[in-house]
Design a protein around this ligand. Sequence first.
Ligand SMILES: [Zn+2]
Ligand SMILES: [Zn+2]
Length: 364
Amino acid sequence: MRTRTSVGLAVLGVAVLLGVGGWLARGKIAVVAMEKLYVKALSRAPDQGLPDGLHVGLCGAGGPLPDPQRSGPCTAVLAGKRLFIVDAGAGSSRNLALMNLPPARVEAVFLTHYHSDHIDGLGELMLQRWAGSGSASPVPVHGPIGVEQVVAGFNAAYRLDQGYRTAHHGAGIVPPSGFGGQAMTFTAAAGQPDLVLIDEPDLKVTAFPVHHDPVSPAVGYAFTYKGRRVVISGDTAPSARLEAAAKGADLLVHEALAPNLVAVQARAAKTAGRDRIAKIFGDIPGYHTSPEQAAAIAQRDHVRFLLFTHITPALPLSALEGPFLGASRTLFSGPIKVGRDGDFISLPVGSDAVTVTDRLKLIH
Ligand SMILES: [Zn+2]
Ligand SMILES: [Zn+2]
């Protein structure tokens, strides 16, 4: 008995010593771990560990109102090894880097419309893409008419920084010719068929007009990669063109604004004597889609998975997801997710599978 007690005490003593030693060396251990994580982060391709497929990540699941769990609108599309971004709201670049979808790897950007919350991260995204990649040509930025003005503005705003970085690192590392964006303007008119922007054997990207009046033009996008398809709504009221484009899609990424919760905000603003703000809250439901409306569209379209994004208003408590969704889950028989930053939906080729992970939680 005494022997067993002595052994126990000895083991406990060693454990305490190891614990104290580890605690004293915690800084050194953390630095070693940091270096390993950096090596891992810098050497992993965005598609590493993924099956060949169409993968869609929310690099920003929010709208214009601040939400700690949701940055400004940004949807990443990884088609095999090729990375595309739809909209670039505030915080996009940081989320992309944290999700191992580095801005340096972005092949092209697609903008849905020019409300500030959809473009306020574009300058940073273009700069990060240039500085990170050393590309000799600017990133193509596709968008309906107006994109040339937006891209020229951000190019001008970041031009001084381009000069600093070239002076600091040298033109061989950050070639001035690759700075910024190249506007790729298109017209997606109401009476015309969906516009084909990329048409390759494995990848097709189309744009179609949606209803966001008085914001016009405004478009949504569809990406098809080796038979798997995602449709991204952009900002829109219920749209027949979107509904036509999303028929049979594997994934519908739809904006959603809950009018019942925005009404609560409007009432609160009135109570607080903020009539101007109350009027703005009263105006916004008209050019967005409610979760229930989007769920009904998804049901009619037989889509496989419905992912809500551009979540409005902010949902600081997860208990608000129920009131946000309303009757959506009874209107759509498939799975629904209220999007958060980091959500990553995988559609492997050659199957009907849809898998959901949190790309901000995984160490890639
Ligand atoms: Zn918006
Ligand atoms: Zn908008």
